[in-house]
Design a protein around this ligand. Structure first.
Ligand code: C2E
Ligand code: CA
Ligand code: CA
Ligand code: CA
Length: 277
């Protein structure tokens, strides 16, 4: 038993070591990844079930590491946030997504694209100015850009973030609250934070087994309605999810059922398929 314990300890240390080494490696490589154009964006459709129409795309970042392959944002975004690289990375993502949105618009697909923001953006240089510049450069109407923020962002410097969001929204840019209902709850702030929509986290969409879980989702949808907020259900994977959500009056969905995040070529094929169904 003693020997086993020792082995386990050994494996554990090795494991931690590997994780640390990988993190340090990614940290170092992240610096160059932007210049080397190793990032690309995948787009996931948002679908309105009632009108049976595409209503937008979410831009999700991917990193194609030359040696390690495609790396998930869940792994590299936290590192980018720690190092501050998230700011130039988000600027790039905004520029690319707006450029792509303009390309779609020119081809007749006039749908907004949403980009995830990290809290660091609110503490860096003027975010409003950054957004204005990006829109100008892409020649994109502000109503075609949406920003996704999370509840935890609003915990600190509430007033400052409210002020910044207010001025960004007055451009016509939309703002939605991502992952709503997970982590820190901002329910008490919902009437003060200037947003257009709530995104119901996929944790809720995927866990509708008990009456109490369903009651929570029901309450969130009702509350959003009263507050004049749209609701977008995330992680919609099957017909059961759709039936339940539409029954509650939630009509906009995002999830594997409608489409996975896709690169621009895959999106083109996907859009063609939708038109020829
Ligand atoms: P998120 O903003 O909540 O994005 C939704 C995530 O759920 C995406 O994972 C998407 O691929 C996944 N997803 C969508 N539909 C389904 C479904 O039906 N089932 C399941 N199981 N999953 C689904 P992804 O692309 O790995 O992104 C993970 C997180 O990384 C994002 O969560 C977001 O917080 C962050 N992220 C991604 N791109 C960016 C970015 O450009 N900037 C920032 N700051 N964060 C980003
Ligand atoms: Ca998001
Ligand atoms: Ca989300
Ligand atoms: Ca999430």
């Amino acid at each position: 038993a003693k020997g086993l314990g020792k082995n386990q300890q050994c494996l554990y240390d090795e494991e931690m070591g590997l994780q640390e080494v990988r993190k340090m490696e990614l940290e170092k490589d992240l610096q160059r990844a932007l210049e080397m154009k190793e990032f690309f964006i995948v787009y996931q459709p948002k679908w309105n079930v009632q009108s049976d129409r595409l209503v937008g795309f979410e831009a999700l970042l991917r990193w194609k590491h030359p040696r390690l392959g495609v790396i998930s944002p869940q792994e590299f975004i936290p590192i980018a946030e720690e190092t501050g690289l998230i700011i130039p990375m988000t600027r790039w993502t905004l520029e690319e997504a707006c450029k792509q949105c303009r390309v779609w618009q020119d081809s007749g697909v006039v749908q907004p694209v949403s980009v995830n923001l990290s809290v660091r953006l609110f503490h860096g240089d003027n975010l409003l100015e950054l957004i204005q510049n990006v829109l100008h450069k892409a020649d994109l109407e502000p109503r075609l850009l949406e920003l996704e923020i999370t509840e935890s962002m609003v915990l600190h410097d509430v007033n400052d973030i409210i002020r910044q969001l207010g001025s960004i929204r007055s451009l016509g840019v939309k703002v939605s609250m991502d992952d709503f209902g997970t982590g820190y709850s901002s329910i008490g702030l919902l009437d003060r934070i200037p947003i257009d929509a709530l995104k119901l986290d996929r944790q809720f969409t995927n866990d509708l087994d008990t009456p109490s879980k369903r009651a929570i989702v029901n309450a969130v949808v009702l509350m959003a309605e009263k507050l004049n907020l749209d609701v977008i259900a995330e992680g919609v994977e099957n017909k059961e999810h759709i039936d339940f959500l539409t029954g509650l009056g939630c009509h906009v969905m995002q999830g594997y059922y409608y489409g996975k995040p896709m690169d621009i070529h895959e999106i083109e094929v996907w859009m063609y398929d939708q038109d020829h169904k």
